[in-house]
Design a protein around this ligand. Sequence first.
Ligand SMILES: Cc1cc2nc3c(=O)[nH]c(=O)nc-3n(C[C@H](O)[C@H](O)[C@H](O)COP(=O)(O)O)c2cc1C
Length: 443
Amino acid sequence: MKAPPLRLLEDIDEPGLHLLEVYERRGGYSSLRKALTELDQDEVLQRISDSEIRGRGGAGFPMGMKAGFVPKGDMDKYLICNADESEPGAFKDRVLIQKNPHLLVEGCIIGARAIGANQAFIYIRGEYAHQADILERAVAEAYTAGYLGKDILEIGFDLELVVHRGAGAYICGEEMALLDSLEGKRGNPRLKPPFPANAGVYQGPTLLNNVETLCNVPLIVGLGAEEFRKLGTEQSIGTKVVSVSGNVQRPGNYEVPMGTTVREIIYDLAGGPPEGREIKCFFPGGSSAPVLTGDEGLDLRYDFETMAQAGSMLGSGSMIVVDDSQPLVPLALRLAEFYRHESCGKCVPCREGTNWTVKMLERIDSGEATPMDFELLVQVQTNILGNCLCVLGDSMAMPVGSMLAKFRHEFERHAAEARARNEGALVEQSAPELAAAPSIGPA
Ligand SMILES: Cc1cc2nc3c(=O)[nH]c(=O)nc-3n(C[C@H](O)[C@H](O)[C@H](O)COP(=O)(O)O)c2cc1C
């Protein structure tokens, strides 16, 4: 495979890129200058809309459309960057923040300008302490250089940017829970509507986007929408930074044009599974995506529409590869434990469903399951889907449900083998006792 063209990761290994001086030397903040001095607010928004960029945080909603929902007018408006990145398998935002923090800061400023927000927040997961330190330093440098604060580039635009550290809860990456957390409350999802564009943080109109989405914004302004659209597919524009992990020889972040095949990403870039192994299945969009088997998924194009048509999703763009040496029951159990632990407990189907899923998978794993457990397990997943305020529960139900649907035989075999082991152990354990027992028959 020819090396894919890079956009977001092009300069990523440039020494000192996290410093303003190096970033500016590489052309950094020139898009901000263009956005503020050559374009008016509406033109900036139009450029983002014309790029047709879809969100990189999970749902793939067009950023321009979301920004367009933010009402015009003089009320206080907000921009929030979602840097919570807590989904198992996702680590692409981390590298962008750590190595190229000014790109994100520049994207936030241009994004804020597009909707006329004067206050911005970057909500970063608590465990990313090192990345948060780097980001805070970049923000301080941007203030000193006059890219943040009052009267930016002397065009009369003010913007304050705060880096807010979370406390390590996956649910706080869900946009409505994030808003509550940012306001100092416990991070629980809110009922939608109203959506953040109308009533977000402090009830003000808010544009909320993922790190990677916002990192694309300076490129959109710099290149122009038409040039930006040249990479990718008709409906999935641009490149995608894909975090590849699991059973591959070269795990890491790879930037590819949307529409690159899964095989190219897993084999050509990430080195494929270890020698002699085959791919059993993979999660195309982080741990919440329904799995695709190697047979059905490897030759598909990696983009929003193809992954959805295949019954899965691109999600945050994190691929977890599972080879044929991995038993799926412990994997499904570990996954369900994660979601049970992270469920905020507000909605019954999620709170109870994640708990019961763990219990039934434990029974399958330990050989105590009856055929009824399998039916119940499927039923519980179905009852979670679409029945909660947010999709945290769905994020367990979809992968677990898909593993069960596609590898039911493996789950049943796992349970049967565990049961046989238990019975064997029982016989061995009771044999010496039988020998020692007093004989009740005739001698
Ligand atoms: C449980 C849960 C966790 C989420 N975590 C993140 C996250 O860490 N980062 C993120 O950008 N989006 C996350 N999302 C998706 C956000 O709710 C939201 O759709 C996204 O931040 C919007 O940005 P985008 O339009 O740029 O993709 C999560 C959603 C759910 C349900």
